[in-house]
Design a protein around this ligand. Structure first.
Ligand code: SF4
Length: 409
């Protein structure tokens, strides 16, 4: 049984998902309806990326709008109108809700409907919430994808079709597609790179989750008849193989075809990981709850890199989606769900792990205590899924330890 805590949390809000999603859907725009704090958050989180034409922005709704909600709706219509006139490349616009009280009072779904009436069919307008009250960090992607599901075209086929669900970097998507190709499987990816190429969905859809934080999206797909293929997540060699195998089994791919398709990249990755394992074997790691990637990551570092798990924290534990992952963790692993940050910090300091994976807010206080940290956000921003990325993923854990050793020398 996991340790369940419901105290103060130290995590980003769901707006953060915009940082990776805006890179994916290339004709989409994310308009945060929020405060200066929201604008500042996404600007600083995205600070390193300079686009001639950014694909996100903030409509700032602040005190001056408190006088009347009608004004806010008018203001929003004006901002959207200006944006779409200036940016004819935008075909999908997300109005993203946030937590200031002025925004909570706004009915963004009504606003999106109204905008749709004005701008459809050229632009489709959807809304979801990235508010820190309703969402943590990666839940923003879940809310965004779930908002898109009702608009996916209905499949007219009866033959089973494979869909991979969850935002993957283009380079990872290309590798996955090529692996499925070699197995003779056609695959669609959701979200797609272009909003005009939305995948079809229906009772013949069999979907693999590429990310572990998509509970609402999975529910929405299931309500369209799609069926989930249970599998561990494609992190590390073992996770990637099992994930691909789940599709291969469902679609009746012959074992020798599967072996032929996967053997070379698998062996390359295994060889490269053996080097990292020498450095990480026996190192003790503590995960604070942040991205919901913690359990698959813990499985990877434990089974493929030989690290010892001190505590594996996760903001939410989706028992069904995590079943295959949990079965691969050592018996008795301390799993915690939710957070009471002070209690968890006390446990962490008492345990004195070699490496802590945590949010930015906790890294400095822990480093000040002499504990080596890794920012969880980097694990979300970096392409880490699949065989070719397994070595980069291992590097994300070994680098802070190497740095610490250098400093100590
Ligand atoms: S949505 Fe809420 S938590 Fe997120 S940046 Fe805006 S004010 Fe802060």
């Amino acid at each position: 049984m996991p340790l369940v805590e419901r105290g103060q949390r130290e995590v980003f809000c769901g707006l953060t998902g915009i940082i990776w999603m805006h890179r994916k859907i290339q004709d989409a725009f994310f308009l945060v309806v929020g405060s200066r704090t929201c604008a500042h958050l996404i600007q600083s989180a995205a600070g390193v990326m300079i686009f001639a034409e950014p694909r996100f922005g903030t409509a700032i709704i602040d005190e001056r709008d408190l006088a009347g909600l009608a004004d806010v709706h008018e203001e929003l219509d004006r901002v959207v109108g200006q944006l779409l006139a200036r940016r004819p490349d935008i075909r999908l616009l997300f109005l993203v809700g946030s937590c200031p009280s002025e925004v909570i009072k706004l009915d963004l779904s009504r606003a999106a409907e109204r905008q749709n009436q004005i701008h459809h069919p050229k632009v489709r307008v959807l809304n979801y919430s990235g508010s820190g009250i309703e969402t943590t960090f990666t839940q923003g992607e879940d809310a965004c994808l779930a908002a898109m599901v009702p608009g996916l075209p209905a499949s007219t086929n009866t033959a089973p079709a494979l869909m991979v669900v969850g935002t993957l970097a283009d380079v990872v998507e290309d590798q996955m597609r090529s692996l499925f190709d070699r197995m003779g499987l056609q695959v669609s990816f959701f979200p797609p790179r272009n909003s005009q190429a939305m995948p079809v969905v229906g009772p013949n859809t069999r979907y693999l989750l590429a990310q572990p934080f998509l509970a609402d999206t999975a529910r929405a797909l299931q309500s369209r008849g799609a069926q989930h293929l249970a599998a561990p997540f494609p992190l590390g060699v073992e996770g990637t193989t099992a994930w691909l195998q789940a599709a291969a089994t469902e679609f009746g791919v012959a074992p020798e075809v599967f072996e032929q398709a996967t053997a070379a990249p698998r062996q390359r990755a295994e060889k490269a990981l053996a080097v990292q394992r020498q450095m990480l074997q026996g190192q003790r790691i503590f995960f604070f709850p942040d991205s919901q990637l913690e359990i698959p990551l813990a499985r990877f570092v434990n089974r493929e890199l030989g690290m010892d798990l001190v505590e594996v924290g996760t903001p939410y534990l989706h028992r069904q989606h995590m079943a295959e992952e949990l079965a691969l963790l050592p018996a008795g692993t301390r799993i915690s769900e939710g957070q009471d940050v002070d209690l968890q910090l006390d446990r962490c300091i008492a345990d004195a792990p070699d490496l802590v994976v945590c949010g930015l807010g906790l890294a400095n206080p822990l480093e000040a205590q002499g504990i080596t940290t890794k920012w969880a956000i980097e694990l979300v921003f970096t392409p880490i899924q699949g065989y070719e990325q397994a070595i980069d993923l291992a590097g994300l854990f070994s680098r802070p330890l190497k740095r610490r050793l250098k400093l100590a020398a």
